[in-house]
Structures are given as structure tokens and as C-alpha cells.
Write a protein that binds this ligand. Structure first.
Ligand SMILES: Cc1cc2nc3c(=O)[nH]c(=O)nc-3n(C[C@H](O)[C@H](O)[C@H](O)COP(=O)(O)OP(=O)(O)OC[C@H]3O[C@@H](n4cnc5c(N)ncnc54)[C@H](O)[C@@H]3O)c2cc1C
Length: 493
């Protein structure tokens, strides 16, 4: 008899699990609260402009990379043009030449040595570590749970070159590492590339994948990317029920047996996978019945970050302007209590499909706390005013940084942490899960819960900081686990 798998959520993790489960002979039905696939991986239209709400860099865009094969297994990145903009990011601190994050490590190293000769040792150490990562192959093939004792010698040999780098950097945060820098502007600039609480390994692996040209932007943007996986899911006979929020996971005798939908209907299945936000799954869908100490501890103690994004449709050609400047502000912008001294800008002109001919989309991101926006959202008109006030400050900066944009803004949209929560149930708008303190080492949340059979949880919280590739991988791995429990070999596409 063919087993039926019910999946909560058509984000990247849910779609990935869905495609793999179909490939392995299961019947699959997904229940998604929104009317679109992709979850956090999304974009939307305003007055002919496409505002992208997610991808900055997608790991796996190089045709022969490990992640590329995994993306193609689920129908993504097939015949998609990949766009690379170089430098990937430029920190403009107002004094002299910006710090460019060039993709090529030799070029980056030379540039850093020129700018910060006093930090020669640190620069050499950093680029050396990134080169080691760029040449490495990671054990992505199967979930930890399926590794056998005889897999370890092979894994040890494969991972050998990485051990030294991991040993040196994995328990050090970006902030701790660059605290050693002699140059203040070097220290400050590297604290801007990603949240400084992240482990150095996140920074090193980002530099490595940029160097490998394995972290590009898929033309068409995030929603189109998600739709390509949805297409494969449909082609293989999967069903997605959109506009269909799940209220509860039904449990009988310690087994997950189905779903109760918000609209009151019950659906039964043999296996339930929650690819919805982990906090929502643990506290709402499972009613707090299966909380593990690790889940409780992580939500209680690990930091999160959230941001506001202002997207602008501009009736001007910005194709000659920089792609990703991080601009130092003359007057800091206070976004709900968070003082932003820099503004992260993305000029999407590198992908002309996102704006009408001769026009441009610019996105701006600011750190901003969830709690502030949650409170403001209690009063709708006040919330709208606060969003507009913030957008006005951003527009002033954008018009200064990109002079052709002055007076040419014809579309605008502001997304707060509450918007992310409203559309996807993501906990406190934390779209990259926790910032796991580096001293935690290799951190994972188990996909299965003690005392609950036929239930699995996947998605970005399971292996932080997962992002898109990590979320996709949890979807593949969970089907490998299910196949193993059912005593059948896993078939990849
Ligand atoms: C601004 C921004 C920039 C980002 N940049 C990058 C980047 O450059 N590179 C990168 O790799 N990652 C990036 N990310 C992170 C990445 O988008 C996420 O980590 C990833 O998409 C998470 O996927 P997921 O499937 O785990 O979760 P989600 O996308 O949250 O999917 C969960 C799905 O479950 C649905 N759901 C929730 N509750 C229910 C319910 N009760 N019933 C039915 N459905 C439900 C939601 O609607 C959603 O569709 C970015 C995210 C954002 C927002």
C-alpha cells in the first residue's frame, strides 16, 4: 500500500521534501496557509516592478557544485541564467575607496592588503581559510542519523583539510575574530558583511562560495525560483492546497495521524512532516506537548535578528551604478530603537527582468527589532505612519547615493518583521533562524521528537543558519530517513 505523507508548508523545505517523497513512491499532499509557494523565498509585484524579498546569494549556482546537483534534483536552476555581480558588496564608510568584497579570493586579498597593510596577518589567515573551504567537499549526502561506523574513515579523509580551519574558527564569532584587527575600519567593515554574532565559519564559507562562483542570483528572483520546484512537484503528481492553514497536528496513541485544518476539516495520513516554522510547530501545531529541552533552551536563549526592508521602483536607469553598496549614514536611522549607522542597498539592475526597461528596483535593509513592530502593528494607522516615516528616511539616502533616482520613485513597499510573521508564521520575523552562539559547536535540532511516531520537522531552524540550501537539504534528508525506516533504498532524481 502506498503511504500518504502530509506536509505542512510549501516553503523551500516543504517543497523539497515533497518532490523527494514523490520520487520515492509516496503519495504527497502539502497544506500551505498562503496562496503562493516559497514561504520566505518570495517576491511580489508593484506597478510593474518585481520586489524581491529574499535571495541575495544562492549557494549552489555553479553547475558542478555539490549544492547545484541537489537543487537540480528537485527541479530548481534548470535553464536559469545565473547572475554574478562583482564586487558582491562594497562598504562605503565615507572616507576613501570603499571596501569591496570581491568574489575572487586573490583579488580580495590583494585589495585588503592594500587597504589595511597593518592587518596583513589576519588577512592572510582569513583568505587562506576561505581557500581551504573553497576546495572542500562536505558530507551532505545523507542525514547524520544514517551514518554508519564504516562511513567515518571515508568522511575523515574527505574532511581532513577542513579540520584545522574548523578547529581554529568554528568557536569564534565574527566580532571576536575582528576584535584583533588593528585597523578600526577593517574591523567595522567585516562586522557589516553578516551579523557579527555568527560563527566565523559562516563568513569563511560565504567567501569560499563566492570565490567558487557558487553563490549567484537566479534571474527572475526568489518567487520564480520557488515556482520551479513547485512545478516539479506538480509534474510528479503532488497536490498543494493553498490558502489552507493547518491548525493542529492530530495525534493518536503517540503517532501523528493527520491534520486539523483551520477551516475545520480533518485530513488523515500515514506520516506528517511539518515544514512550517519550528516555534509555530512546537507551540501551536503540537500544542506544546512535545517540547524538548533543546528546543526550549534555543528559543529562550539564542539571539535572533530581524530587519525592515524598503523596496523602491525607480523610473530611472541605474545600470551604471553599484550593485550592493553598504552606505555609512551621515545621520543614523533609528528603526524602532535600533540605531543603524549603515544602510544596506541592493540595486537590482543586475537582473533587468525585475523592472520595466530603463527603470530600476532598489532594496534597502535595516536592522530593526520585532517587538517594536509587533507593538506598533496593534494600531493599524500608526503602524502605516511608522513604516512611511522610515521609508522617507531611506529614500533620502537612496536619492543621495543614486542621483538619477532623485524625484523618480514611483513605487514603494515596506516589509517589517511582522509582515514576515503574518505571511509565513516565522517566529519574530527571524528569517535566518537563530544566531547560534559559536561555542555551541555543530548545532542541530533533531527531526524526530521523543514519544511521537510518524512525525518529522524540517526547515531553517533544524540546522541553522540554514538559509535556502540548508532548508532544502532538510527536505531531502527527511525523506532519506523515512525511506530508511520503511526499509527501502532512497532514490535521488
Ligand atoms: C529578506 C531575506 C533575505 C534572505 N536572503 C537569503 C539569501 O540570500 N540566501 C539564502 O540562502 N537564504 C536567504 N534567506 C533565508 C531563506 O529565505 C530562509 O531561510 C528559507 O526560505 C526558509 O525556508 P523554510 O522552508 O525553512 O521556511 P519558510 O520559508 O518559513 O516556509 C514555511 C512555510 O510554511 C507555511 N506555514 C507556516 N505555518 C503554517 C500553517 N499553520 N499551515 C500551513 N502553512 C503554514 C508558511 O506560510 C511557509 O510557506 C533570506 C530570507 C529573507 C526573508
Amino acid at each position: 500500500m502506498v503511504k500518504k505523507i502530509l506536509i505542512v508548508g510549501a516553503g523551500i523545505a516543504g517543497l523539497s521534501a515533497g518532490v523527494h517523497a514523490l520520487r520515492n513512491g509516496y503519495e504527497v499532499e502539502i497544506f500551505e496557509k498562503h496562496d503562493l509557494p516559497g514561504g520566505l523565498c518570495t517576491s511580489w509585484e508593484r506597478k510593474g516592478y518585481t520586489f524581491d524579498g529574499c535571495i541575495h546569494r544562492l549557494t549552489g549556482t555553479r553547475p558542478d557544485s555539490q549544492f547545484n546537483r541537489l537543487w537540480r534534483e528537485i527541479g530548481a536552476l534548470k535553464d536559469v541564467e545565473i547572475i554574478f555581480h562583482d564586487p558582491f558588496m562594497s562598504v562605503e564608510n565615507g572616507s576613501g575607496e570603499p571596501l569591496h568584497i570581491f568574489s575572487n579570493l586573490d583579488r580580495l586579498e590583494e585589495h585588503l592588503l592594500q587597504k589595511y597593510p597593518e592587518d596583513r596577518m589576519l588577512i592572510r589567515e582569513l583568505s587562506g581559510a576561505a581557500r581551504v573551504f573553497a576546495g572542500a567537499r562536505f558530507p551532505l549526502e545523507k542525514p547524520d542519523e544514517l551514518y554508519k561506523i564504516w562511513d567515518f574513515p571515508v568522511m575523515l579523509v574527505r574532511m581532513m583539510p577542513l579540520f584545522k580551519v574548523m578547529g581554529k574558527f568554528s568557536r569564534t564569532s565574527i566580532a571576536e575574530y575582528f576584535a584583533r584587527a588593528k585597523s578600526n575600519s577593517f574591523r567595522e567593515a567585516f562586522g557589516l558583511i553578516m551579523p557579527p554574532g555568527y560563527s566565523m565559519i559562516s563568513l569563511i564559507s560565504t567567501l569560499a562560495s563566492l570565490h567558487n562562483r557558487d553563490a549567484g542570483f537566479p534571474r527572475g528572483g526568489s518567487l520564480q525560483f520557488a515556482r520551479s520546484i513547485e512545478k516539479r512537484f506538480h509534474e510528479w503528481g503532488g497536490i498543494v492546497n493553498y490558502g489552507c492553514p493547518v491548525k493542529e497536528i492530530r495525534i493518536n496513541n503517540g503517532r501523528a495521524v493527520g491534520l486539523l485544518l483551520e477551516k475545520g476539516e480533518e485530513v488523515s495520513g500515514d506520516i506528517v512532516i511539518s515544514a512550517a516554522d519550528l516555534h509555530h510547530t512546537a507551540y501551536e501545531l503540537l500544542g506544546g506537548q512535545y517540547l524538548t529541552p533543546l528546543i526550549k533552551k534555543s528559543f529562550r536563549h539564542f539571539p535572533l535578528y530581524s530587519s525592515v526592508r524598503v523596496s523602491l521602483g525607480i523610473e530611472a536607469d541605474l545600470s551604471a551604478e553599484a550593485s550592493c553598496p553598504v552606505v555609512r549614514l551621515d545621520i543614523p536611522i533609528n528603526a524602532g530603537g535600533e540605531e543603524n549607522r549603515y544602510l544596506y542597498l541592493t540595486n537590482y539592475s543586475f537582473d533587468p527582468s525585475l523592472a520595466p526597461a530603463g527603470k530600476a528596483v532598489v532594496g534597502a535593509a535595516l536592522y530593526s527589532p520585532y517587538d517594536y513592530w509587533r507593538k506598533e502593528a496593534g494600531n493599524e494607522s500608526r503602524y502605516e505612519i511608522k513604516k512611511e516615516q522610515l521609508a522617507e528616511q531611506v529614500i533620502t539616502v537612496v536619492e543621495k547615493r543614486f542621483p538619477p533616482a532623485r524625484g523618480k520613485i514611483e513605487a514603494m513597499d515596506v516589509v517589517t518583521p511582522v509582515t514576515y510573521e503574518r505571511y509565513t508564521n516565522v517566529y519574530k520575523g527571524a528569517y535566518m533562524s537563530w544566531i547560534v552562539p559559536p561555542e555551541e559547536g555543530r548545532f542541530k535540532i533533531p527531526k524526530e521528537l521523543p514519544g511521537l511516531k510518524d512525525f518529522y520537522q524540517i526547515g531553517q531552524w533544524i540546522e541553522p543558519p540554514a538559509g535556502l540550501p540548508g532548508s532544502m537539504l532538510t527536505g531531502r534528508h527527511v525523506v532519506q530517513l523515512i525511506c530508511s525506516r520503511d526499509g527501502k533504498p532512497f532514490q535521488a532524481s
